[in-house]
Design a protein around this ligand. Structure first.
Ligand SMILES: *[C@@H]1O[C@H](CO)[C@@H](O)[C@H](O)[C@H]1NC(C)=O
Ligand SMILES: *[C@@H]1O[C@H](CO)[C@@H](O)[C@H](O)[C@H]1NC(C)=O
Ligand SMILES: *[C@@H]1O[C@H](CO)[C@@H](O)[C@H](O)[C@H]1NC(C)=O
Ligand SMILES: *[C@@H]1O[C@H](CO)[C@@H](O)[C@H](O)[C@H]1NC(C)=O
Ligand SMILES: *[C@@H]1O[C@H](CO)[C@@H](O)[C@H](O)[C@H]1NC(C)=O
Length: 546
């Protein structure tokens, strides 16, 4: 915890008059002047705005990364800060709840992909919990797939500098506003946001007391070369080995029919893709079991096997995990490019080689060597030994959807295993737990035909529900707001603050009418949800972690 002892002692010696109690419940005015005294040189307040209860807030089109708004906010003071520190330049946003509703906690939320901008939409969740909430723009202004903004300095800001600086200054501004110390600080981020959180607890163990880490794209220097390697498996589109996007559905159906039952329950949810013996010869053209008008040729079957396989260099060196069976419905994210000018090669073009004409046809294993050597922005979060974070009471709650077709699920297992190895301990359970989410895609949602429970207060989930489905209140799990049993962030806070280890979190999904359709516990790996043998399989109570 971040207890600042001096103010606590000071408070103990104050007479507990009614006036003093009232005083604790007041903040400074929501105005730039309330913050200027703690601003270091190079930092300035760009904007301060009062948002009324029920209001929304964002920057609109000038925020290329996050043009949307936080919706359905409680009353907050919204602050935008601009910082220049040496060669580092970034902006960040803060939502400060009213003094009466502030619970003395601080939350920083992550961004996604390579987007540059303050993630106002996801910041909206924090004030509902009572937390002062921050997002950094990570030092640039761009959409998520754009990588052309890269310079050595903007990369370092994206890699870790902007977030680290934003968190330090954001905490100081928060404490100045309320005139009180922050008691506990947390992180919530998914995808690149997961990477950011891991990187920050690695380089700055005192930044957070608890970190909620979703579907983390932590291995930047290997993830991007693997993405290009992935493109080469399926390109050019004119090659007989090419699998068209439309045929991914055949693979998805095949996985569901072969793997769903193998996990013990035929419920449309593939809960053990890692143990499924997938037999793709059953859909190979010419096989008596295959449909002659909907089958894959032998070269296409090999392409599918490549996509599921770990990327290992010709010399036998492991580079990155491949996609897990049940992720096919999201493969179009990286495998649908007619012209592979897109995401796949932008890393090499703009971050490694500074050559906008670099083509995927030039890809060799040497890209991996270059990527390891350069590690653009030092973004890769692979300083696995987080003893310093652990020793000050820090807790990590990590999760990853088993149907993730953007960041391979297995890479979270790899991170977990490497952390255990680096810390020389057989079990991390006392401070770091990994929860797999059967049927969940990247960070949120589930394919309709799978309809797996996937919502549990994970980073950004409530934003997606509200923005895409018009459902929920913009925070936590609709119907179970702020309830630790159904909300991983609250469960994490209870672990940090009360020592209640997170033994399970119930995930929820809804029918189109908004009624709860299915709930099931998520379990800390290596435990899995096991059906008790009786009771409605759509009720969480019919399952236990074993
Ligand atoms: C981001 O870039 C856009 C397009 O160039 C620009 O209009 C906008 O003002 C920029 N936003 C910020 C915060 O600088
Ligand atoms: C993080 O920011 C703080 C405050 O500016 C600074 O003291 C610290 O050195 C930074 N950490 C890293 C790894 O840059
Ligand atoms: C074979 O695939 C075609 C095209 O998807 C489909 O229309 C047909 O119903 C399938 N046949 C069988 C026996 O499943
Ligand atoms: C990349 O290489 C392919 C195959 O040689 C070629 O068809 C394509 O035009 C190239 N793309 C670019 C952007 O140079
Ligand atoms: C992590 O280690 C466990 C136990 O050795 C192993 O079963 C699992 O496959 C490993 N996970 C990954 C992704 O390497």
């Amino acid at each position: 915890m971040v207890a600042v002892i001096v103010p606590v002692l000071w408070a103990l010696f104050q007479p507990l008059s009614h006036a003093a109690v009232l005083n604790c419940r007041q903040s400074k005015p929501c105005a730039a002047s309330s913050f200027t005294s703690v601003l270091p040189a190079g930092a300035s307040i760009e904007k301060v705005a009062s948002v009324a209860n029920g209001g929304s807030y964002g920057e609109g089109a000038i925020d290329l990364g996050y043009p949307g708004s936080a919706l359905n906010l409680p009353a907050v003071c919204a602050v935008t800060v601009r910082v220049t520190q040496g060669t580092s330049k970034y902006r960040f946003g803060l939502f400060l709840p009213t003094a009466a509703s502030w619970n003395s906690k601080f939350l920083a939320v992550g961004g996604y992909s390579q987007a540059g901008g303050i993630n106002w939409p996801d910041m909206g969740q924090g004030p509902h919990y009572g937390m002062a909430t921050l997002s950094s723009d990570l030092g640039h202004n761009s959409t998520g797939a754009d990588l052309s903004w890269a310079t050595p300095d903007t990369l370092l800001d994206w890699g870790y500098r902007a977030l680290n600086g934003s968190v330090f200054l954001g905490k100081a501004l928060t404490q100045a506003y309320y005139g009180k110390s922050i008691t506990y600080s947390y992180w919530s981020g998914c995808s690149t946001g997961g990477r950011q959180g891991l990187k920050e607890i690695q380089i700055s163990p005192e930044s957070f007391d608890g970190a909620l880490i979703g579907s983390a794209a932590w291995d930047t220097k290997h993830l991007f070369p693997w993405l290009t390697k992935l493109a080469t498996y399926n390109l050019p589109a004119s090659d007989p080995k090419h699998i068209d996007v439309a045929q991914f559905a055949l693979l998805a159906q095949t996985v569901q029919s072969q793997c769903d039952g193998q996990d013990g329950q035929a419920d449309n949810i593939v809960s053990s893709p890692e143990t499924c013996a997938l037999d793709l010869s059953a859909i190979q053209c010419g096989d008596p079991r295959a449909n002659a008008t909907n089958c894959l040729t032998a070269p296409q079957v090999q392409t599918a096997r490549n996509i599921y396989s770990d990327y290992v260099t010709a010399g036998g060196r492991f580079v990155h995990n491949g996609f897990s069976p049940s992720s096919e419905a999201q493969w179009s994210t990286f495998l649908s490019f007619g012209a592979p000018e897109d995401f796949d090669v932008r890393y090499e073009r703009y971050w490694l080689y500074g050559d906008p004409a670099w083509n995927w046809t030039q890809y060799t294993d040497a890209v991996v060597d270059d990527s390891e050597r350069i590690d653009p922005g030092k973004a890769t979060a692979d300083a696995y030994d987080i003893s310093a974070f652990k020793n000050r009471g820090g807790k990590v709650l990590m999760y990853h959807g088993l149907a993730d077709g953007v960041v391979p699920t297995k890479s979270s297992g790899l991170y977990y295993n490497r952390t255990a190895a680096a810390m020389g301990t057989p079990s991390l359970q006392d401070f770091f737990r990994l929860f797999y989410v059967p049927g969940m895609q990247h960070c949120w949602f589930t394919p309709p035909e799978v309809n797996a429970p996937w919502a549990f207060g994970g980073a950004g989930q409530a934003t997606q529900l509200l923005a895409q489905a018009g459902f929920g209140q913009g925070w936590s799990t609709p119907g179970f707001l702020g309830n630790a049993k159904y909300d991983a962030l609250v469960a994490l806070m209870n672990w940090v603050e009360k020592g209640t280890a997170v033994d399970s979190v119930v995930a929820t999904t809804w029918s189109s009418t908004g009624a709860v359709a299915r709930q099931r516990p998520l379990c800390p790996w290596p435990k899995k949800a096991v059906y008790k043998g009786n009771g409605n399989k759509n009720d969480a109570g019919s399952w236990s972690c074993a």
